[in-house]
Design a protein around this ligand. Structure first.
Ligand code: ZN
Length: 291
C-alpha cells in the first residue's frame, strides 16, 4: 500500500498491489474465479478505505456487500496496519461471462442491494454508513459510497485477474480523493487522466508498481507519504472460539453435546476457514464455566 498526496496536497491518493493476498483469500475459501474477483475487490476496497480513514493500527473498517446475486453476502474487514480478512456466502457461485474473457463480477454480486461501511475507531459506537448498490462491480459502488455518505469526491479502481485454472495472476487498485481547493480545470484534468487509464488489472498485469499507477495519473506530481505491506490475517484463535461458546449458554451447549454424532464438535471460522475442535469432555467443562 502506498499512501500519497498530489497537486500540492489537494488530492489524496492510495494504491496497492494485492496479488498475494487475493490468492490467499482464494485458497482459504476455495472461491470460483468470479467470486475470487468479487471477494478480492471487496478486500482491497476495505484496505484502501482503511488507509484513507483509519488513524490507528488497531482500528477496523468493514465493507459489507449485500447484493441479490448468487454469491450472497460478501464482507471484508481491514485494520489500520494493512491486515485484511474476508468471507463470502456462496464461494462457488458463478455467472456467465457477458464480455468475452472478462469475469462477470456484477453477475455474482447482483446489482440490487446494499453496501455498507462500518468503522470501529475504538469509540463506544462504531460509525456506519450505507448506500444502495449501483453496479455490483464493487469499485464504482465504493466510490458512490464515498461521495454519498462521506461527501468526498472519489474515484476507485480495483481489479483481479484470474487465469483459467483459477489462480490469481494479478490484483490491485487505487483510491483518489479530491479535497477542497482544486480548480475546475484541475478536477477535469484528473478525471480525464483516470478515465484514460487502462483497467487496474491491466496496469498490475503489465507489472506497474503501486507508485507507477499513481504516476500514470498525476505524472511526477506525486508525494509518497508512506508504504506498508498488505496481508491476509485473521485474529481468530481457539481461545476466542471457546469464549464465544461460553456465551451460548448452558442450554445451547448441552444441546450441542447431546446432538453431536462425531467424537468432537468442529467449529470453523468463516473468515479464514480454520477449524477448531472441541470434545464432549471439553464442552462439558465449558458448561460448568457457563453455569
Ligand atoms: Zn479466522
Amino acid at each position: 500500500m502506498v499512501r500519497a498526496t498530489a497537486l500540492d496536497e489537494k488530492v489524496r491518493a492510495f494504491s496497492l498491489g494485492g496479488t498475494a493476498l487475493v490468492e490467499e483469500l482464494r485458497g482459504r475459501h476455495d472461491t470460483s474465479p468470479t467470486v475470487t474477483a468479487a471477494l478480492g475487490r471487496t478486500a482491497m476496497g476495505a484496505l484502501l478505505l482503511a488507509a484513507a480513514s483509519l488513524k490507528e493500527q488497531h482500528q477496523l473498517l468493514t465493507v459489507d456487500v449485500r447484493g441479490d446475486g448468487p454469491a450472497g453476502r460478501i464482507l471484508a474487514t481491514a485494520n489500520g496496519a494493512g491486515e485484511v480478512r474476508g468471507m463470502v456466502g456462496n464461494a462457488h457461485a458463478e455467472a456467465p461471462s457477458v464480455t468475452q474473457g472478462k469475469l462477470n463480477v456484477a453477475g455474482v454480486v447482483g446489482n440490487s442491494g446494499y453496501l455498507s461501511v462500518t468503522k470501529d475507531l475504538g469509540m463506544r459506537e462504531p460509525y456506519s454508513g450505507m448506500v444502495e448498490l449501483q453496479s455490483g462491480e464493487i469499485g464504482d459502488d465504493l466510490a458512490h459510497y464515498l461521495v454519498r455518505s462521506e461527501q468526498t469526491p472519489s474515484a476507485v479502481g480495483i481489479g483481479v485477474f484470474v487465469v483459467p485454472a483459477g489462480v490469481v495472476e494479478a490484483a490491485g487498485g487505487f483510491l483518489i480523493q479530491l479535497l477542497p481547493g482544486l480548480s475546475e480545470s484541475e478536477i477535469e484534468r484528473i478525471e480525464g487522466q483516470i478515465a484514460a487509464l487502462p483497467h487496474p488489472t491491466r496496469l498490475i498485469r503489465d507489472g506497474l508498481s503501486p507508485e507507477a499507477v499513481l504516476q500514470n495519473i498525476f505524472g511526477n506530481d506525486v508525494d509518497v507519504l508512506d508504504r506498508y505491506p498488505v496481508t491476509f490475517s485473521c485474529p481468530c484463535s481457539r481461545e476466542r472460539f471457546r469464549a464465544a461458546i461460553v456465551t451460548l449458554g448452558v442450554e445451547e451447549i448441552t444441546r450441542i453435546i447431546e446432538e453431536e454424532e462425531e467424537e468432537r464438535t468442529e467449529v470453523v471460522c468463516h473468515f479464514c476457514n480454520e477449524a477448531y475442535y472441541f470434545t464432549a469432555e471439553q464442552l462439558r467443562e465449558i458448561v460448568e464455566e457457563a453455569r
